[in-house]
Structures are given as structure tokens and as C-alpha cells.
Design a binder for this molecule. Sequence first.
Ligand SMILES: NC(=O)c1ccc[n+]([C@@H]2O[C@H](COP(=O)([O-])OP(=O)(O)OC[C@H]3O[C@@H](n4cnc5c(N)ncnc54)[C@H](O)[C@@H]3O)[C@@H](O)[C@H]2O)c1
Length: 437
Amino acid sequence: MSNSIEIQEPKGKLGVLIPGLGAIGTTFVAGVESILRGYSLPYGSLTQMGTIRLGKRTENRVPAIKDFVPISDMKDLVIGGWDIFPDNGYEAAKKAGVLKESDIERVKDRLEQLKPMKGVFDNKYVKKLHGTWIKEGKTKMDLAEQLMDDIRNFKEKNNVDRIVMVWCASTEIFLKQDPVHQSIDAFEKGLRENNDAIPNSMIYAYAALKSGIPFANGAPNLTVDVPVMMDLAKENGIPIAGKDFKTGQTLMKTILAPGLKARLIGLNGWFSTNILGNRDGEVLDDPESFKTKEESKLSVLEYILQPDKYPDLYKDFYHKVRINYYPPRGDNKEGWDNLDIFGWMGYQMQIKVDFLCRDSILAPPIVLDLILFMDLAKRAGMSGIQEWLSFYFKSPMTAPGLYPEHDLFIQLMKLKNTLRHMKGEEPITHLGLEYYD
Ligand SMILES: NC(=O)c1ccc[n+]([C@@H]2O[C@H](COP(=O)([O-])OP(=O)(O)OC[C@H]3O[C@@H](n4cnc5c(N)ncnc54)[C@H](O)[C@@H]3O)[C@@H](O)[C@H]2O)c1
């Protein structure tokens, strides 16, 4: 055993602040409450249902992750958030149309208590939405200060020691890095001068990091993926993570592609299309928001298949991703994939995937795990980008100059080895030492 890292105990309540109490936000809260009341189990959550092997296979040490590392108990979560519509959690969950009425009704009292604070919103960054529950302020700095007041009030009112923020609000238009994102001084000047290159999500992230709160980004927005946020995170000892929850079609891609590559099966093309009819789908119907999502979805295969290392198998494969807004489907998305692959002697084959998926059912356990692991990271003194949480993201953030790891199985190994390292256990390499004297 190597030395373990000192980790503060998770004492008291853990606050959770969610910008965006829509489909994912409300399904998350309804799910947590249903689990606490014994109506369901925390399916899909590694922190709640996962185990971790320690030492050699012969040692038979396989504790539950939640018994191995000191994470908060689900019953200690106090959840609040912001939205740009005033609906409480009960009304918003009904509108989102993810859960059956009976599942909403039995946690109605909890959902009704979830009253969003007024959001920071400029429709320039999410063209399809016209919010009615929004803060007023002369400058973006005024708005950031109002968010910091909200955070302070939430902390006092609920008597919480620590808070984590997870962005579950809509996807913003595609933005590139700008000089205003390069340093804290430039960014703060930009906030005071209402610089256009600072979207809503960055105002929340700035407020979180200035308040000492870890920030995880569930959308593909640039948000914390810029130098100023990395500097703020490092300076104040705060973990950040992102971006874009890995659910649905991309989850399938990062399960299938590593398998094809492991067997050196070639790929000519991968065509992916989706129909979905929820608000996320409506927002993504705007070409500028779609561009942000498309960039996030497209990068996955390049990194897993490494065409530069395997040109005979993967050079010039054709990759196309489509998202079609189709209201009749509501939240029950359907994603089709067609893979044109080839094997021995170049013979062609095809794989068809038809995933009748529910994105807002796949995302909440990710939200839960991120909250608990980001809080753990903070208590373990880990700051800046948490690459070990790449497992949860379509477009994992990395330290500058590194490429992201997309293979789900490598990501899981990295996550578990990080937990082992925190506790002073040896990483598991699967090396076959039994063959040697
Ligand atoms: N559903 C998934 O599985 C999935 C997967 C990956 C990423 N995402 C991303 O997660 C986000 C949430 O998805 P969803 O399905 O819950 O969408 P949704 O549209 O149901 O919910 C988003 C909520 O954010 C609110 N909002 C928008 N801008 C805001 C702001 N500036 N401040 C506060 N609230 C704001 C909207 O009013 C809405 O209620 C989206 O960006 C989506 O692209 C979703």
C-alpha cells in the first residue's frame, strides 16, 4: 500500500445548486427523493451501486465504492437551483414529460418545494428560449454578484457546509475562445463592460468559483473550458469538470468503438441520427446551438480510433451526426446508428443500432455521481480539471496540450485507479504476473 491522501470527512449537509431545472434537473430531484423513500434503487449510479476491487484477485477485497471513499450520503443533499421560468419542480417535471404521472405524484411535496431562483439569461446565447424569470442588472458583473448573493443565502438558509454546482441548463450557441477568456483581469473587465464573449453559463461558473464551489458542466458549452476558469479553480483550490453528459448515442459509441478497435475491425462510415421532441431538442433545432452539440458529438470517434496510428483501418472514415427536433416523441428519443465496417480480406459488414433511449433517465445518475465525486475531490485537496471524471462526459476537459480519453473502459479504469490512489491502494494494471517466477 502506498500513502493515502488526507481527505476531510463529509460532515453535515451538502448543498447542490443546479442552473436549469428542466428535464434532467427535475428528474434528478424526483429520483433522489424516490430512492430515499424506498420506491426505487439508484440504478446507473457508480457511487451508489458500484464496487471496486482492491489488491490481488486472490485477496477477495471488493468493497462498495461508497464504503471505500468518504462520500456524502444521499440523504444529506440539499438541492436548489435557478431557472428562467418560474415553474416549481412539480410543474416543471410535468411539463418535461419524462416521468409517469404516478411517479411525479408520489414525490409531489418534494418537487413543489423546489422553487427556482431567477436565472441569469440573455437570449442572444439561447435563441429559442424567451425566459420570463430573469435577474436584472446593468452589467454582467452585477449579475454575477447577484448569483453570489443567492449562493450565500442558500448556504445560510439551509445550514450547508459545502456546495457543488452542476450546469443542467440549455445548450448555448457555439463560442470560441476569445481574449477576454484568457486571464482573470481580462474576464472581470469583460464582466463590467458586458463583453459579448461572456455567455450566461460563464457568469454562473464565475460566481461558483469565486464562492469556492466546484462546477461541473453538463452541456457542451465552453463555460469552464477556458484559461480564466482554470486559473480561478487553481487559485482557489476548486475542482472543475466538463463537458456534456455522456448519455444516449455517444455512450453507445464509446462502448462500441473500443470493441471494434480492439479486434482491429475497419470502419468506412458511421452515420448517426436522432429524433427527439423535448425542450433540449427544440433548443438544438437552432443551428448555432446544434453546432455546439455537433462539435461535442463528433470528436469521440477520432480519438478512440486513432486514424493516424491505424490508417489502414480508420483513415477517412465518414462520420455524420444529425439531431432532428420531432415534437411527437417528447423526451423519448430514438437514435439510429449505421456502421459500415470491414474485416478479413476487406469484406464489408454492417451494424445497425436502434436505441429507444431516454436521455433524461440516463443523465440523473451522472448528476448524482458528479456531485458526490466533485465534493470528494474538493475535500481531498484536488483542484482544477478533474480528468478522472471523463467517464461522465461526451467531450472531456483535459489539461492544455493533452488529448481527451473517450474510451468508456479506459475512463472507468482511470476513475477507479484514482479512487484507489486516494486511499493508498495499488492501481490495478491487470498485469499477468502469475506467469513469472
Ligand atoms: N438529456 C440528456 O441526457 C443530456 C445529455 C447531455 C447533455 N445534456 C444537456 O443538459 C442540458 C439540460 O438538458 P435537459 O434535457 O434537462 O434540457 P431542458 O431544456 O429540459 O432543461 C434546461 C433548463 O434550463 C433552463 N435554462 C436555460 N438557460 C438558463 C439559464 N441561463 N439559467 C437558468 N436556467 C436556464 C431552461 O429554462 C430549462 O428549464 C442541456 O444543455 C442538454 O444539452 C442533456
